[in-house]
Design a protein around this ligand. Structure first.
Ligand SMILES: C[S@@+](CC[C@H](N)C(=O)[O-])C[C@H]1O[C@@H](n2cnc3c(N)ncnc32)[C@H](O)[C@@H]1O
Length: 236
């Protein structure tokens, strides 16, 4: 696995434009769908926030919530900071420099946690899921969006060709071919669907039905932190 922080520091400059190009402009809708899954949350943590797209979409979509955007890449956070102030969201979004494996937040500090296209980049996805669970209050919701390989036997080969060849080629025109090759290789190798849901359950989440977007090239996994019997008694 490459040093993903270095990798994202390098792709940061063209990151938003290439995302919109490769997703045919659908990325904004995907992020809105993700924030729809945590409706009602007041305190939100967006991990692997990158240039802040999910954090900004979340404050647009969810009235009154506040978001902490966390990411280990200094360059991505710098761009996020500029975008957050340009969109007038500095009062509702704060940024923190940290990786998903060690979150510098108290137990139960958030009502919801999101992470888009980030869990695959962490050194230890299981540890990251446990950390997400720890910082959530009991019953708090999690939304995890990640790329996947579609299952449709006609669409899958076409998509794989696009993903393994076209994407790195276009990336190379911006000096980031190797990085986009990493995207396709890491997606193929990462646990998907049932395997990923099992990782979430092992980390202490009650999992929901995953939402497949664009014929399964993107999946939103949802869940909630299991409540202990003491938590349930306090609610009664
Ligand atoms: C593909 S970008 C996703 C950015 C954003 N969530 C979005 O939807 O556009 C992946 C992000 O994961 C971050 N990242 C890399 N290693 C990480 C880690 N160990 N923990 C959390 N985030 C990490 C990168 O710095 C990068 O900003």
């Amino acid at each position: 696995m490459p040093d993903t922080v270095k990798l994202f520091n390098k792709v940061a400059e063209h990151y938003d434009a290439l995302n919109t190009f490769f997703s045919l402009g659908m990325d904004r809708l995907w992020r809105k769908r993700l924030s729809d899954q945590i409706r009602g949350a007041g305190r939100v943590l967006d991990i692997a926030t990158g240039t802040g797209e999910v954090a900004i979409e979340t404050v647009r979509n969810l009235k009154g919530c506040r978001v902490v955007g966390a990411d280990p890449s200094a360059r991505m956070l710098e761009l996020a900071g500029k975008k957050i102030s340009a969109t007038g969201n500095s009062g509702r979004i704060t940024l923190a420099r940290c990786g998903a494996e060690h979150l510098p937040f108290k137990d139960g500090a958030f009502d919801a946690v999101t992470i888009a296209f980030g869990i695959r980049n962490t050194a230890d996805p299981s540890k990251s899921l446990s950390e997400m669970n720890r910082v959530l209050r009991p019953g708090g919701r999690v939304g995890i969006m990640e790329f996947a390989i579609p299952r449709n036997k006609f669409f899958a080969p076409v998509y794989l060709f696009y993903f393994r060849n076209f994407l790195p080629f276009i990336g190379s025109l911006f000096g980031t071919g190797t990085e986009y090759k990493y995207l396709s290789e890491s997606t193929s190798a990462f646990p998907q669907r049932e395997s990923f849901i099992k990782l979430m359950a092992d980390a202490g989440f009650r999992t929901g039905k995953p939402i497949e977007l664009m014929m399964g090239i993107v999946i939103i996994y949802t869940g909630a932190k299991q409540m202990s019997s003491t938590d349930t008694a306090h609610q009664l």
